[in-house]
Design a protein around this ligand. Sequence first.
Ligand code: SF4
Length: 192
Amino acid sequence: MTTALTGATHLHAPRKLKVATVSLAGCFGCHMSLLDIDERLLELLEHVEFDCSPLTDIKTISSCDIGLIEGGLCNAENVQVLREFRAHCKTLVAVGACAINGGLPAQRNQRDVGQMMCDVYCSHNGTVAGSQVPNDPELPLPLNHVHPIHEVVHVDYFLPGCPPGDGAIWSFLTDLLAGRTPQLGPGLIHYD
Ligand code: SF4
């Protein structure tokens, strides 16, 4: 397979770039799409090293070149993790509809979150009498609304799609690693 990644990356990246990824209020579909680049993953790994990511199970982020963020912000922990990523990543990318505009989880923005929790945990069909909304202090507090990540931190690039296809992810990373401004052709952008 011939790709633009080989060669161009050598010109701009004498060392392996460190990449971190995270899923905030997302479904991991964007991570699955990243894995859909299949054997190109091996070529990618010649040029990048994954740091904190569900792909490595490394829990703590260190200084990174690129941060790929899946999912928007639905609770306080999401905000904290996003701020940590922003502080540690030179380039931050909002990957997918949820990170870019809240996506499917933002459907709940039409409803009162407190009432919704009561409906789900206390009065929904099948709940046991006396059921209560979980309130363990370990649980992150939900936000009143689901927010896209650019409302909290500066985002360098947006990669649309739900999820972005493997071709879009590959094209995007190819450009980024080669030091070019990523530009997706019309065939690579879709919103479904
Ligand atoms: Fe899942 Fe789509 Fe959101 Fe990605 S953008 S996390 S695929 S719902």
